[in-house]
Design a protein around this ligand. Structure first.
Ligand code: GDP
Ligand code: MG
Length: 177
């Protein structure tokens, strides 16, 4: 039967952070709706999107929060981080500066979020391989040192996006259940 009164066992809040224009909103669009907007401007006022999935026979509703452009001014508020059990720390692999800023974003995240938060470092835009400015090894090393999961994605080509979110959500589930 089509059962729309599906029982939700868990709701996990996950936040997207990182510099402006690294592809946070497109990663979310790809994950939540399987969409990519070629000419997306700044994010329009939606606070979060949800996607429900089944992990270990439990229904998990993920609530993925996206910034509305305030990261441009480093003005992400503590309310944004509140209650987050997962985080996607996103840089643009063609922009070295966006990777170098990861340490600052991580620091801000750790200052505001729960100690058990599951964090995934994401090097987005891997479809632009010829413009790569961040070697995979640099990111791997940073991730290892800071105990983060790590992957390279393309929201454009849909590479590793689902896996990235799924890894974080599964890991959260393991910690919480
Ligand atoms: P945000 O500011 O971090 O939310 O970044 P957006 O999601 O708005 O994306 C910024 C720009 O990068 C837009 O022009 C997107 O079309 C582009 N973009 C996002 N993801 C990718 C990707 O995986 N590959 C490529 N080539 N461009 C991307
Ligand atoms: Mg955005």
């Amino acid at each position: 039967y089509g059962d729309y009164n599906q029982k939700i066992d868990y709701v996990f809040k996950v936040v997207l952070i990182g510099d402006s224009a690294v592809g946070k909103s497109q990663l979310l669009a790809r994950f939540a709706r399987n969409e990519f907007n070629v000419d997306s401007k700044a994010t329009i006022g939606v606070e979060f999107q949800t996607k429900t999935l089944v992990i270990d026979n439990k229904t998990v509703k993920s609530q993925i929060w996206d910034t509305a452009g305030q990261e441009r001014y480093r003005a992400v508020t503590s309310a944004y981080y509140r209650g987050a059990v997962g985080a996607m720390l996103v840089y643009d692999m063609t922009k070295r500066q966006s990777f170098d800023n990861m340490a600052r974003w991580l620091e801000e995240l750790r200052r505001h979020a729960d100690t058990n938060i599951v964090i995934m470092l994401i090097g987005n835009k891997c479809d632009l391989a010829n413009l790569r400015a961040v070697p995979t090894e640099d990111a791997q090393e940073f991730a290892q040192r800071e105990s983060l999961f790590f992957t390279e994605t393309s929201a454009l080509e849909s590479t590793n996006v689902e896996t990235a979110f799924f890894t974080v959500l599964t890991q959260i589930y393991r910690i919480i259940s």
